[in-house]
Structure formats: C-alpha cells, structure tokens
Design a protein. Sequence first.
Length: 120
Amino acid sequence: MTDSTPATTPTTSLDPEDTKIITLARSARARTGAAEGAAVRDTDGRTYAATTVALPSLRLTALQAAVAAAVSSGAEGLEAAAVVTGADAVDADSVNAVRDLTADAPVFRADASGALRDTV
C-alpha cells in the first residue's frame, strides 16, 4: 500500500506550535519574496520570524536573522526553529545559530507549501 498524500500538502502531523512556526516562516518568505523564511519559538513561547538578509555590509541566513531577533529581545533559549526553503538542507551556520542557544532544539526544514521535509 502506498501513501497517496501529495508531497506538497502542508504538514499537520507536528505539534500545533511547531506548525505555527512553519506557517510564520512561510508567511515571512512569501511577504518579502526572499530565498528563505525562518521562525523560532523561545522558551517563553514567544515567536520571531525573519527572512534572508542580503545587504552589501550584512549577510544573514533567515534562521540566523530569526535567532538574532530572539536574542535581541531577551530570549535565553529556543524550543524549536523552522526554515522554509527550496534548498536540500539547512546550512550549518543556520543550525549552529540555534545550537548556540539550545543544543537539542529541533530545526524543521519545510518547502514553500509548508510540507515538512526533515528535522535536524
């Protein structure tokens, strides 16, 4: 028996709070037309969304920008992170930004439709 669920169906099997950060990441990406959108949830339950920053003097991945927003708002740890991207993997620098705050926080990678592709 094969699974007939289309690969582009947005994920619904995650915890609702994890689905929420994927939705926030998707919305940020769609709003700006950026290559990536990301969102994080801190240990107080607050969420922060961001997109890729590509300025001549400042370059951040979407996840680095979301982590920076959380840290600049006083977050001391992260519960989870999500990246919406067309890439085959979340780059190491992005994952390291999350790990700097919380070593075991899951990092979800979703495609543009919101379908979960993997968890780091």
